[in-house]
Design a protein around this ligand. Structure first.
Ligand code: GLN
Length: 302
């Protein structure tokens, strides 16, 4: 990990840091962190592995996990599970598909999943459930929401507001749009380090169970399915490229983080804030490609 971090520090091609909110625009483009946690719990780290960053859309993996636990297969009435081939905030596709988002990782899909978690609860309770779930899977009660990021998301989230209202017009959302969006913006604003994120992903690498605590998070079948959706949809319309180059289930966020899962082997978190044209971390992908090649970890072999 130290070698890869040193190699990444030299790279001139770093992508573009997200600028849609000041909190993300301010992040140092030179930051880079990488953490791998193996099956026995050994932590290997390189670069800024303890620095907190905004996990953004990576939170969608954990809201999907929670929603599947609560609603089971009923979830798939409200959201599909096919790759989108469209940008993460596309509105065109939603119109063509009559308000049913293509998958749980594009923004519309994640908003629909959040709405399901919210039903029967107050926004504050639902958000508390999501945050406590994150603390539970990461085995770390210090994980928090960055309130400044959440407030900025809310102030500038016009596209997400449009997507949510559009879905509401098809009765895909059950709750008041601003309640659902409030919870969505806040879970995107969770701040974590690479180490915390790699910890949180361990249940996905080990058949739904955290191998250190022995605690079961989801059924093995659910873990397998979440990994499948991460592989096909975790990088929006860059998912094909990520599978081609890295060969692991992965989920990106516009904060520059990526959670990647080597099933049976390791949970991996990488962070480099510069993004490519699809809104995925540029060096995050480059580093993961190096790592999977060196370790022989691609799920497709070699
Ligand atoms: N909060 C961001 C949004 O909703 C998350 C997008 C992302 O990380 N790709 O637009």
């Amino acid at each position: 990990m130290k070698e890869i971090a040193a190699e990444m520090a030299q790279r001139p091609d770093r992508g573009e840091v997200a600028t849609y909110i000041p909190e993300l625009a301010r992040v140092d483009a030179k930051s880079f962190g990488l953490v791998v946690i193996g099956a026995e719990g050994h932590v290997a780290a390189g670069g800024d592995s303890e620095t907190l960053f905004s996990i953004q859309s990576i939170s969608k993996v954990f809201t999907l996990t929670l929603a599947l636990g609560r609603a089971g297969n009923r979830l798939w009435r409200r959201v599909g599970r096919e790759p989108s081939g469209s940008p993460f905030n596309s509105i065109v596709q939603l119109e063509r598909e009559r308000g049913i988002p293509r998958n749980p990782f594009i923004n519309a899909g994640a908003i629909a999943v959040t709405d399901l978690i919210l039903s029967g609860h107050r926004p504050r309770e639902a958000l508390g459930d999501i945050l406590r779930f994150m603390q539970f899977v990461a085995d770390d009660p210090s994980i928090m929401i960055d309130e400044a990021v959440a407030a900025s998301e809310q102030r500038t989230g016009f596209r997400n507001i449009a997507l949510a209202n559009y879905m509401k017009s098809f009765d895909v959302l059950e709750n008041p749009v601003d309640f659902t969006l409030g919870v969505y913006f806040h879970h995107c604003a969770i701040a974590m380090s690479c180490r915390q994120l790699a910890m949180a992903g361990r249940f996905l690498a080990h058949l739904g169970r955290n191998p250190s605590t022995g605690l079961s998070v989801v059924q093995p079948e659910s873990a397998r399915r979440i990994n499948a959706i991460m592989l096909m949809c975790g990088h929006y319309d860059g998912s094909g490229e990520f599978a081609y180059r890295v060969g692991l289930p992965g989920k990106s966020g516009v904060g520059g983080g990526v959670l990647a899962i080597a099933p049976g082997k390791a949970s991996i978190a990488v962070w480099s804030p510069g993004l490519d044209a699809n809104g995925n971390s540029h060096l995050g992908r480059v580093a993961l490609e190096l790592l999977t090649k060196r370790m022989g970890w691609s799920i497709f072999g070699a």
